[in-house]
Design a protein around this ligand. Structure first.
Ligand code: ADP
Ligand code: MG
Length: 701
């Protein structure tokens, strides 16, 4: 018998291949399938009799096939399938192009439901390439009513997934509804069983709205509840208080080649105050790309290190980690500190200040040392998630910093913190998360109720607005000319290429092609490098270094340069196939330039002629603020796509939106109410069980 936990492969018509494709979507059991929600619906709610059809209007027609046959058009060399449908009173001609198999699927006598556009041609109405479905057995699910559409990749069709879900939809009856009854009645919410059934097969719009409300509330409520619990725990736990080394900090700041911005100063002070307490800090540092978050983190780490404790900084990519490593080695070279680097392919330790500035970084015993040795011997440890993949123990950890926190999954962050818990002293580290993801204060508060927030809302004074243009293909050569001039003046440029297709996951093809073109024909005299995911680490690292050292003038790259990397001398970023990226992502790319006092430029190229796309890209010309752009993206592309990229690493929201303030507030209020009533949640055993299943979070972000 089927249950919610039944392996997907036991479901009728799921073979090995289908099962592995479903697995790619994260679907392994019947339950997973039920919780794979549609992102939109086709509206085929109105069944039209054939004699009421109108040209240029989409319609749903039911009838019997009187005749069906394939023809071959000799002119265009393609197949045309023609059919005649009878709805009992009238007849309608239907044609499909280049899908000859349809004549094998449908036969005269079959009852079918068709959905598609009606056109007026050759003096009569006909339906062109409609979706079709046999309805001899039961009700139509693909062509009638509100038809769900799912995000699919990996060779699964909408029809297949609907068919599978339809088969098991009755399993919803086995679901345990864990939401306390008092909450359901207060907000007049659907039962879970009903909500799941209706999200897949709604009868009308209000079904959709109600089931979304319930399911979105569930997601937000669980997050809020988890964060309230963490808050209660955190209030009880202890951390090492770090004294403020005022003189040294001032000395450090005074020796920087620039003045801190006011916002940097205030954020740093927030952190200094927090870590001075014996209660663990839990703070989110949010600031636009290029606003100088690293420096704020450095001030905190310096104080931790001077206090004789350890700080760890975790970055999402190796390039970024090693850039941080180099930055810190340089910045802290006057202090007697050891800085360690641990990534999958690199282990280094910066061993005391170099004698001259140009012989840094000194690397000792490269690649021979164990991670644990680096940790034992460093004041500050920088790394990627390689840091958490081995059984390592921190000796004396007082502070953990997560850079670009939105790039990490909840589990990775949790893992870092659980490692830190095994340290000898059993104290919690102070935690600082940094992000450039533009979320407004009110939202961040609602989302991370247990986190304190510092926002760097200004860029360093020397920054000029980046001039952004959507460039028509005809002007491409002009842009190349311009790049040449800029390079002659000493600047550098990025060229970003999108992935061409999914099989090209690393963007190798597009980068290599573009690189060859630029290197051989456009800029034969200029040093050009390329960067993509398939290069070996050492190679990537060398190219990035050469670029940072101004040996390479133009860097052709995939989105690997998206996060964090800092190349102050780069003044131009050219983005190919810009329509393949989200606005927020392009904004991140754009943040790679304009980091010093040169005027910088961002040139966007696209093949797309679609107005909506051009309108979307035009927003980048107008807006320089990441949050505005995220909002515009949301409006133009819909939440699914925008949050697919933005939301990575946020608590995973399948259905709720980060901008759903009201629901978020309701969820938060209810969570607080419950925790106040019974912090152990024993009154609500089903809820407790549910939280146990989902709750991988051991510490706030
Ligand atoms: P992000 O906030 O995106 O992580 P970074 O910390 O990488 O930004 O800083 C971007 C660049 O700005 C770096 O080159 C850094 O040295 C420089 N920078 C940081 N603070 C200031 C400042 N107050 N004035 C001028 N430049 C600064
Ligand atoms: Mg950064």
């Amino acid at each position: 018998m089927l249950t919610l936990d039944t392996d997907i492969i036991k479901i009728n018509r799921v073979g090995k291949i289908m099962a592995s494709r479903l697995k790619k979507l994260g679907v392994e059991t019947a339950r997973d399938l039920l919780f794979y929600f549609p992102f939109r619906y086709d509206d085929f709610t109105k069944l039209t009799p054939i004699n009421k059809l109108q040209a240029d209007v989409s319609a749903n027609v039911i009838g019997q096939i009187e005749l069906i046959q394939n023809k071959r058009s000799w002119k265009k060399k393609m197949y045309i399938t023609e059919a005649l449908i009878n709805d009992g009173a009238n007849k309608l001609k239907v044609i499909w192009f280049n899908q000859p198999f349809i004549a094998n699927n449908l036969h005269s006598g079959d009852k079918v439901s068709l959905a598609g556009k009606v056109e007026y041609e050759y003096n009569c109405l006909l339906m062109v390439s409609p979706m079709y479905e046999k309805i001899d057995r039961g009700q139509a699910i693909h062509t009638q009513g509100l038809v769900p559409n799912y995000y699919l990749t990996a060779n699964i069709t909408q029809k297949q997934i609907r068919f599978l879900i339809k088969q098991i939809i009755n399993l919803t009856e086995q679901l345990v509804d864990w939401l306390p009854a008092e909450i359901k009645s207060e907000f007049k919410m659907l039962n879970l069983q009903q909500a799941i059934a209706q999200i897949h097969f709604p009868k009308n719009n209000s079904d959709i709205i109600l089931s979304r409300q319930r399911l979105a509330f569930d997601e937000l409520f669980l997050i809020q509840l988890q964060s309230q619990i963490t808050k209660v725990e955190l209030d009880k736990s202890l951390a090492t208080p770090i004294n403020f080394y005022e003189k040294e900090t001032k000395d450090f700041v005074d020796n920087l080649p620039f003045k801190l911005t006011n916002a940097q100063r205030l954020s740093a002070w927030d952190i200094i105050k927090d870590i001075g307490k014996s209660k663990p800090m839990a703070r989110l540092l949010e600031g636009e790309v290029g606003s100088g978050k690293t420096l704020v983190a450095c001030i905190a780490m310096l104080n931790v290190a001077l206090a004789g404790k350890q700080a760890v900084l975790m970055a999402p990519t190796e390039i970024l980690a090693s850039q941080h490593y180099n930055t810190l080695c340089q910045l802290f070279s006057r202090f007697n500190l050891k800085i360690g680097l641990i990534t999958r392919s690199q282990k280094q330790i910066f061993n005391f200040p170099p004698k001259k500035t140009n012989d840094f970084p000194q690397i000792f015993n490269k690649n021979k040392i164990k991670n644990q040795d680096i940790i034992n011997n460093s004041n500050i440890i920088i790394g990627t998630h390689a840091l958490i993949q081995e059984k390592i123990k921190f000796k004396n950890l007082a502070m953990a910093i997560i850079d670009e926190q939105h790039r990490f999954g909840v589990e990775q962050r949790a893992a870092l913190l659980s490692r830190t818990k095994t340290s000898q002293n059993k104290l919690m580290p102070h935690l600082l998360s940094m992000t450039a993801t533009p979320i407004p204060r009110s939202l961040a508060m609602a989302l991370y109720g247990d986190l304190d927030l510092s926002i760097i809302n200004e860029l360093p004074k020397n920054r000029k607005k980046i001039i952004t243009q959507v460039v028509p293909e005809a002007k491409r050569l002009k842009v190349y000319e311009f790049i040449k001039e800029q390079i002659n003046q000493g600047r550098q440029a990025f060229v970003i290429c999108p992935l061409i297709d999914l099989s090209d996951k690393l963007g190798v093809k597009s980068v290599e092609e573009e690189y060859l073109k630029l290197d051989k024909t456009i800029f034969p005299d200029i040093a050009i490098g390329r960067l993509h995911g398939r290069l070996k680490f050492a190679e990537k690292e060398k190219i990035m270094r050469d670029f940072l050292d101004n040996k390479i003038k133009i860097l052709v790259s995939t989105s690997v340069v998206e996060v964090g990397v800092d190349a102050p001398n780069a003044a131009i970023i050219m983005i190919e196939g810009a329509d393949h990226f989200g606005l927020a992502q392009i904004h991140q790319f754009r943040g790679r330039v304009g980091r010093s006092n040169w005027q910088s430029y961002c040139f966007l190229f696209t093949d797309s002629q679609v107005n909506k796309t051009l309108e979307r890209l035009a927003a980048l010309v107008k807006h320089a603020n990441g949050f505005d752009l995220a909002k515009i993206d949301l409006k133009l592309r819909g939440p699914g796509e925008v949050y697919g990229t933005i939301q990575k690493g946020f608590p995973e929201l399948k259905i709720a939106s980060l901008f759903d303030y009201i629901l978020m507030k309701q969820a938060r209020d209810q969570a607080i109410k419950l925790i106040n009533q019974d912090p152990t949640l024993s009154i609500w055993p089903k809820l407790k069980e549910k939280l146990h299943e989902t709750g991988k979070i051991v510490h706030p972000e």
